[in-house]
Design a protein. Structure first.
Length: 209
């Protein structure tokens, strides 16, 4: 018998709200929601939205950005895609299309308010959320994220070490477009990445993981 989470995931994967009841212009292509969740996952990767490769494959972070993110986290592909331990929940579940310059559009505005509240009711085991990029940071950090990704990531220790669960760790997007940012902020790889790997390793090694 299907669980309530299974039924919710069936609804999400059949969602066409951005085509049939859009907030603005409708999605220009067929929706294909991409996410991976389970009741047992203790770690959540909260990104922006699928890109073209992920839209085609249906596998989140199946691109060079995913390779860099897994390196930052210190995990293998098998560990990263073990849905029992790691949930992957972008702010927008479908590829939003691209603008005139060829860059990805923002996540669809319909998706997060429609699905995130009910989805996270089923994900009570999550202890740490990796907030990848500005859209995730603004949703979960609110007004304090309005000064941009750099400001949020610079304050990563303060944000991570707050009391309460789940904890949050802001990250820049692992896209090659951020190579210059990484060179300009060497503390990210020398200070934040080792802590990220330690946090991820602790969660993956925890009893029951």
């Amino acid at each position: 018998m299907a669980s309530s989470l299974d039924r919710l995931l069936d609804e999400i994967r059949a969602c066409r709200i951005c085509v049939e009841a859009p907030n603005g212009a409708p999605l220009a292509h067929e929706p294909r929601p991409v996410l991976r969740v389970s009741r047992t996952a203790r770690l959540a990767v909260v990104g922006q939205a699928p890109g073209t490769r992920v839209h085609a494959s249906g596998i989140p972070f199946s691109d060079p950005s995913g390779e860099r993110l897994r390196d930052w986290m210190g995990v293998t592909p098998d560990e990263f895609y073990d849905v029992r331990r790691i949930a992957i929940i972008p702010m927008g579940f479908c590829y939003p299309g691209h603008d005139a310059a060829g860059a990805d559009l923002p996540p669809r505005r319909e998706c997060a308010p429609r699905w995130r509240p009910s989805l996270f009711q089923h994900l009570g085991q999550i202890e740490l959320m990796l907030l990848v990029g500005g859209y995730a940071q603004r949703w979960y950090l609110g007004a304090e994220a309005t000064h941009g990704v750099t400001a949020s990531v610079t304050r990563w220790r303060e944000i991570l070490e707050r009391s309460g669960r789940p904890r949050c760790l802001p990250l820049p997007h692992p896209s090659w477009r951020n190579n210059a940012w990484l060179k300009k902020h060497p503390w990210f790889e020398s200070e934040l990445v080792p802590r990220l790997r330690a946090e991820v390793g602790t969660l993956l090694r925890a009893p029951g993981s």
